[in-house]
Design a protein around this ligand. Structure first.
Ligand code: UT7
Length: 341
């Protein structure tokens, strides 16, 4: 697509409470050695009384400040999360109220760990317009509220946090932007793999007019852990190591660019071994596959914008560079966007 767009600003927020691997070894049968060698995670930040929307507001405010955009100049707020505080109002409306982004319309999007990438692409479709449009995308997750802290296979993996970007088809001062050299996207899903990663929202309704026996009803996915996340790790691992590189190849092809044109890939942070395997499969210099999982764990949809923000603020990612943002996860969902930072 030939879209005039610019990532005007970025921000992120991580809760203050840091939990290292040794702290998990004190409550479940695990070790720092297992977690580090199998995942690359050393520590993660967990909410301590904070909510998803509070983190979203903090990350969103930082992105607005970085962009130099006033809240009232935001036209659309998209929040991605699989851990909202409420079913209604949606998290985006809470962010709108707290940031006083009075002119924005708001919606939430849930594509699990692929959420940010999908929201980014949705925003691009809005930017492909003649009128000025500015979108705030915030991805925020408090996975600690759906992590089963007695299940060593899952709880050690997850962290909490939020990341945000402001994208627009105008400069912050309203000046025109020329269509960027590069933008392409590719998304896929495989609903037959839905059972590989599940977390239940609600039980089947038992209301005063219902006389069906719900105790006899089998869960579609065999999900038995209530609201807590359940994951078939090795199956998701296999999916991720093929789906993610294939999405990257598709966006390169669609953008008519080569791997050598890419400065960095900013991937969903699920496991360092997945990132290394994907880099190898692609023939990508592993240094270009950015990782911050050691310090954050897996923050689902928030992981890409948090990683982006940290590497921009460290000075590694710079204006004008060509990036691939890519994600994969529950659904199953996966995808990538090639863009200019
Ligand atoms: O973000 C959404 C997408 N999610 C992902 O992409 C996650 C993809 N999957 C993975 O990253 C990996 O499959 C995991 C990190 C989840 C698991 O690593 P693995 O190398 O695939 O381990 P495994 O599940 O095959 O388990 C191997 C062994 C098992 O013990 P036995 O049955 O061989 O005795 C597990 O019980 O490791 C055991 N194990 C643990 N041991 C110590 C599993 N979790 C732990 C743990 N500490 N925390």
């Amino acid at each position: 697509m030939n879209i005039p767009y610019k990532i005007l600003g970025n921000g992120s927020y991580l809760p203050e409470l840091t939990v290292d691997n040794e702290m998990y070894a004190q409550i479940i049968d695990t070790s720092d050695e297992w977690i580090t060698t199998r995942t690359g995670i050393s520590r993660r930040h967990l909410c301590d009384g904070e909510t998803t929307s509070e983190m979203a507001v903090k990350a969103g405010a930082k992105a607005l400040e970085d962009a130099g955009v006033l809240p009232e100049n935001i036209d659309i707020i998209i929040v991605t999360t699989l851990t909202p505080d409420y079913t209604t109002p949606n998290t985006a409306c809470i962010v709108q109220a707290d940031l006083k982004a009075v002119n924005a319309f708001c919606f939430d999007l849930n594509a699990a760990c692929t959420g940010f990438i999908q929201a980014f692409d949705v925003a691009m479709h809005y930017l492909n317009a003649t009128e000025p449009v500015t979108v705030l995308i915030v991805s925020a997750e408090s996975l600690s509220k759906i992590a089963d802290f007695t299940d060593r296979r899952t709880c050690v993996l997850f962290g909490d946090g939020a990341g945000a970007v402001v994208v627009s088809n105008r400069e912050a001062n309203g000046a025109d932007i020329a269509p960027a050299r590069v933008y392409s996207s590719f998304f896929g899903a495989d609903g037959t793999g839905g059972g590989y990663m599940t977390g239940k929202a609600f039980e089947v309704a038992v209301h005063p007019f219902s006389d069906s026996d719900q105790s006899a009803r089998a869960d579609r996915f065999g999900h038995e852990t209530g609201i807590y996340l359940s994951m078939k790790g090795p199956e998701v691992y296999k999916f991720a190591t093929t789906a993610m590189p294939s999405a990257v190849e598709k966006v390169l092809e669609r953008a008519k660019i080569n791997l050598t044109d890419i400065d960095y890939v900013v991937p969903h942070q699920a496991n360092d071994r997945i990132l290394q395997a994907a880099a190898k499969r692609l023939g990508l210099d592993p240094e270009k596959m950015l990782s911050n999982i050691a310090e954050t764990g897996n923050t689902s949809s928030a992981s890409v914008p948090i990683c982006l923000d940290q590497y921009v603020r460290s000075g590694l990612i710079q204006r004008g560079q060509t990036l691939i943002l890519t994600g994969f996860g529950g659904g199953l969902t996966y995808g990538a966007c090639a863009c200019i930072f």
